[in-house]
Design a protein around this ligand. Structure first.
Ligand code: SF4
Length: 455
C-alpha cells in the first residue's frame, strides 16, 4: 500500500482542499502518514499571500526533499499556480500542479510516478474554471468542518494576487448544497464553517446568492451551528445580518476585511467601500446583534501610507466594537498594480505598524471577552488537556473558553457560564449537567460581575 504525507500552508480553503484530497487518496488505496514518517509520495499545498508565505513554502519543500530523498514530491496550491518555474527549479521536486489540477491529482500522480523523471509542470490557466467542491474536518477536534461553497475572486484589489492564483469567482451549484449538509450532519459535526475566497460573491449557476444558501440551510435545520467565514463589507447585506440576528442556526460572528481606515488608501487599494460605510456596517451589526463577534483584516505599509493614514486606521479600529484583528504586513507582489506605486513604506515602519495593531488587537479581544463575563454561552468541547484537567472550546460568538470536566466528555455542546479572564481565554463553569440541544444561542451578555474578572 503506497504511503502519502500531506503538508498544507495558508487559508482554510487550502486546508479544506487538502482534507478532500486526503480522502481521495485513501479511497484510491493510499495510507496517509504524518509529515516526517516514511512516505512514497509527499504533497505540499502552498500559499502565496505574501513574500513571507512564498519563502515559507520554499523552506518546506527543501525540508521535504531532505526528509524523503526517494519520494515523489508534488507541489500544488497558489504559489505553485503563480510561480511554477520557480518551484520546479527547487532540487528534488518531482511535479508542480496548479490549483485546477487539484481535481485530478490521484490520476496525475499515479501516471507521473510510473513515467518517472521530472520535474513535470502541469499548471492550467483559468480559461474555463469549474467549481471543485471540498469539505474538511478540523483535524484536532473532529467537531468542526469547513465546507467550501465558493472559489476564486473577480475583484481586482490592487495589492492582491489571489485572482491570478485562484481564478475568477465560481460557486457550488445550489442543488449540491443539501447533499453536502446531510453528509456533514451524518458525520456528526457540531459546527460547520462556510468558506470561500470571496464568500459574499456566491452566485450559483442557477442564480441563487449567499442569502439563498443561508435560507436553505435554515430550512434544512441541521444538527450543527453554522459559522460564516470572511465576507467583504460591500457584500454583507442587511438581509444576511437580519437572518443571523434572528436565526438560531447561525453563529453571531462576522469577519469583515477592513484593510485600511484611510479613505485615500482604500481608494488606492481599489476596495469597494469607504471607511465611513465600514464604520456604519459595524455599528449596525453591533446594535442589531449585541455580543456579536466582529473580526477584521488589516494591511499595514501599503505604498504611500503616511503616519496620518495609519492613525486613521488605528483610530477607526479603536473606536469600533471590533473584537479582534488579523494584521498583515504589505509586501510587493509581482504583477499587481500596487507593486508599481511610488512611495514604498520602509520595512521597519511596516513592521512597527503591524506590531502596534497586533497590540491593539489583544486589547480589543480582552475588552470583548470581558464584556461577555457573566453570560451563558454554548461551548463545544474540542480538546482536553490532561495536565490541567481542562477542556477547551469556542462559544458561538467566538470566545475561547476553558472549563473543568471529566476527560470522557463527548464533543457535545454544553451551556457554560463565563466567569473570569485569563490571558488568551475565558474560564467558565458548566451550567448544568445536561447537554444543550443544538442549534442554540443562549441569553445575551448579562451585566458582568466585575468582582470575578481578572485580566
Ligand atoms: S476581494 Fe480583493 S483582497 Fe479579497 S481575494 Fe478578492 S482581490 Fe484579493
Amino acid at each position: 500500500m503506497p504511503r502519502i504525507a500531506f503538508y498544507t500552508l495558508g487559508c482554510k480553503l487550502n486546508y479544506a482542499e487538502s482534507s478532500h484530497l486526503r480522502q481521495q487518496f485513501e479511497e484510491a488505496g493510499y495510507r496517509v502518514v504524518a509529515f516526517g514518517e516514511p512516505a512514497d509520495v509527499v504533497l505540499i499545498n502552498t500559499c502565496t499571500v505574501t513574500e513571507t508565505a512564498d519563502a515559507e513554502c520554499r523552506k518546506l519543500i527543501r525540508r521535504a526533499v531532505r526528509l524523503w530523498p526517494n519520494a515523489f514530491i508534488g507541489v500544488t496550491g497558489c504559489y505553485a499556480q503563480l510561480k511554477p518555474e520557480e518551484v520546479a527549479r527547487l532540487e528534488g521536486v518531482s511535479a508542480v500542479f496548479g490549483n485546477q489540477e487539484k481535481g485530478y491529482l490521484v490520476e496525475l500522480i499515479e501516471r507521473l510516478r510510473q513515467l518517472g523523471g521530472g520535474p513535470h509542470v502541469l499548471v492550467s490557466p483559468f480559461h474555463t474554471p469549474c467549481f471543485q467542491p471540498a469539505r474538511s474536518a478540523d483535524e484536532d477536534s473532529r467537531t468542526r468542518a469547513f465546507l467550501k461553497i465558493q472559489d476564486g475572486c473577480s475583484y481586482r484589489c490592487s495589492f492582491c494576487t489571489i485572482p491570478a492564483a485562484r481564478g475568477p469567482s465560481r460557486s457550488m451549484p445550489f442543488e449540491q448544497l443539501t447533499e453536502h449538509i446531510h453528509a456533514l450532519a451524518a458525520a456528526g459535526y457540531r459546527e460547520v464553517v462556510l468558506t470561500g475566497i470571496n464568500l459574499g460573491t456566491y452566485r450559483a449557476p442557477t442564480g441563487e446568492r449567499l442569502i439563498d444558501v443561508l435560507r436553505l440551510l435554515e430550512r434544512i435545520a441541521p444538527p450543527f451551528r453554522i459559522r460564516l467565514s470572511s465576507i467583504e463589507p460591500n457584500l454583507l447585506t442587511p438581509e444576511i445580518i437580519e437572518l443571523v440576528a434572528r436565526s438560531e442556526y447561525f453563529c453571531p460572528h462576522f469577519h469583515i476585511p477592513l484593510q485600511s481606515g484611510s479613505p485615500e488608501i482604500l481608494r488606492r487599494m481599489r476596495r469597494r467601500y469607504t471607511a465611513e460605510q465600514y464604520r456604519r456596517l459595524v455599528l449596525t451589526i453591533n446594535e442589531r446583534i449585541p455580543g456579536c463577534a466582529i473580526g477584521a483584516d488589516v494591511l499595514t505599509g501599503f505604498p504611500g501610507e503616511t503616519e496620518e493614514h495609519f492613525e486613521q486606521t488605528y483610530r477607526l479600529v479603536e473606536e469600533l466594537p471590533i473584537s479582534y484583528l488579523h494584521v498583515f504586513t504589505y509586501s510587493e507582489r509581482e504583477g499587481t498594480p500596487a507593486a508599481t506605486l511610488p512611495h514604498p513604506v520602509p520595512q521597519r515602519v511596516r513592521k512597527a505598524r503591524t506590531h502596534q495593531l497586533r497590540l491593539l488587537s489583544d486589547l480589543k479581544r480582552q475588552q470583548f471577552y470581558r464584556s461577555a463575563l457573566g453570560s451563558l454561552r454554548t461551548v463545544i468541547p474540542e480538546t482536553y488537556n490532561p495536565t490541567t484537567g481542562m477542556w477547551e472550546g469556542w462559544t458561538e460568538n467566538y470566545i475561547r473558553v476553558r472549563f473543568a470536566a471529566p476527560p470522557t466528555l463527548p464533543h457535545e455542546p454544553l451551556a457554560i457560564r463565563l466567569c473570569w479572564l485569563e490571558a488568551d481565554a475565558v474560564v467558565g463553569v458548566v451550567a448544568d449537567n445536561s447537554y444543550t440541544p443544538l442549534p442554540i444561542l443562549t441569553e445575551p451578555c448579562a451585566a458582568p460581575p466585575s468582582s470575578s474578572s481578572s485580566a
